[in-house]
Design a protein around this ligand. Structure first.
Ligand SMILES: O=C(O)C[C@H]1C=CC(=O)O1
Length: 95
């Protein structure tokens, strides 16, 4: 199942700089790992915002919840999820 996910990030400004650097490096490593396994299909920065628009390809809501809940940045993100299905006018639906 495909899900459109928006993540708005708000890391506290007073977070220790070393902690912040470690947190972001850990998040990046996890994001790369999930992209390499094909689960995190798209990852785009929203222009001018500390936000991303992503597409995940997972077995269902439980897997997506588990992935998002365990992201290192999860405590500092507001996340919105939209389930996707094939559009009847998409090329993929009209071979
Ligand atoms: O920067 C972000 O948008 C938040 C998060 C998503 C991937 C990553 O490396 O960090």
């Amino acid at each position: 199942m495909l899900f459109h996910v928006r993540m708005d990030v708000a890391v506290p400004r007073d977070l220790d700089p070393d902690e912040r650097a470690t947190l972001l490096a850990t998040e990046k490593a996890r994001a790369l790992e999930l992209q390499r396994t094909g689960v995190w299909v798209h990852l785009w920065r929203v222009v001018g915002q500390y936000s991303n628009i992503s597409v995940f390809d997972v077995s269902g809501t439980d897997e997506l919840h588990d992935i998002l809940w365990n992201l290192p940045l999860f405590p500092f993100m507001t996340i919105s999820v939209t389930p996707l299905t094939e559009h009847p006018s998409a090329l993929s639906a009209n071979p």
